[in-house]
Design a protein around this ligand. Structure first.
Ligand code: IMP
Ligand code: MG
Length: 193
């Protein structure tokens, strides 16, 4: 285990097993449909790479990069698109692949924006869902794990752009960010998303 990690929350084996199950479910739900996996950069990259290989269907993959406006600690829920999709989605069944739902504001905005592009369907697959109070509820169609409201890193998730390459999801030792920006707030900066 990495010396900056206090506790492994979800092991590599648990991730593998869950992703295999999600892949099977998605395979049976989207059979015969024109499926587009829409990954959000950068956090969802390891997840979408493993999930895509667990789905036994022809599919397309594209990415969006978004950043939420706001001050350092509060997301405003208004999102700026840094990288958009390559083409229209009106002939596609779109499945958004997210690493984690925290406040849910970014995803809410993304969903509203994508709906206006008239996809054949629009669903959400989130690897992690934090158990916390939200201004708006977010309905996920596929979910990996419910986790406590703690700051986690690994398997795509970062603190100050680090730890994305850890093969598991872990809780960061507070000593790593003591005296620094709180990790809950660092991800609101556009460059950090
Ligand atoms: P929100 O749901 O609009 O608050 O923003 C979700 C984004 O915040 C995610 O896509 C992550 O980039 C980041 N984020 C939220 N919680 C964590 C965490 O525990 N670790 C790392 N990044 C996080
Ligand atoms: Mg981040």
């Amino acid at each position: 285990m990495h010396s900056d990690i206090a506790e492994i929350l979800i092991s590599e084996e648990q991730l593998k097993a869950k992703i295999a199950a999600l892949g099977e479910q998605i395979t049976s739900d989207y059979r015969g449909k024109n499926l587009l996996l829409l990954g959000t950069l950068k956090g969802a990259v390891p997840f979408i790479a493993d999930l895509a290989r667990a789905i036994n269907l022809p599919l397309e993959i594209d990415y969006m990069a978004v950043a939420s406006y706001g001050d350092s600690t509060h997301s405003s829920g208004v999102v700026r698109i840094i990288k958009d999709l390559e083409g229209p989605i009106d002939q596609k069944h779109v499945l958004i692949i997210e690493d984690i739902i925290d406040s849910g504001l970014t995803l809410n905005y993304l969903v509203d924006m994508l709906k206006r592009r008239n996809p054949l369907s629009l669903c959400i697959c989130a690897l992690l869902n934090k158990e916390r109070e939200r201004l708006k509820t977010i309905e996920t169609d596929y979910e990996g794990f419910r986790i406590p409201d703690k700051f986690v890193v690994g398997y795509g998730l970062d603190y100050a752009q680090r730890y994305r390459n850890l093969p598991y999801i872990g809780i960061l030792k507070p000593s790593v960010y003591e005296g620094q920006t709180r990790p809950e707030s660092q991800h609101q900066s556009p460059a950090e998303k």
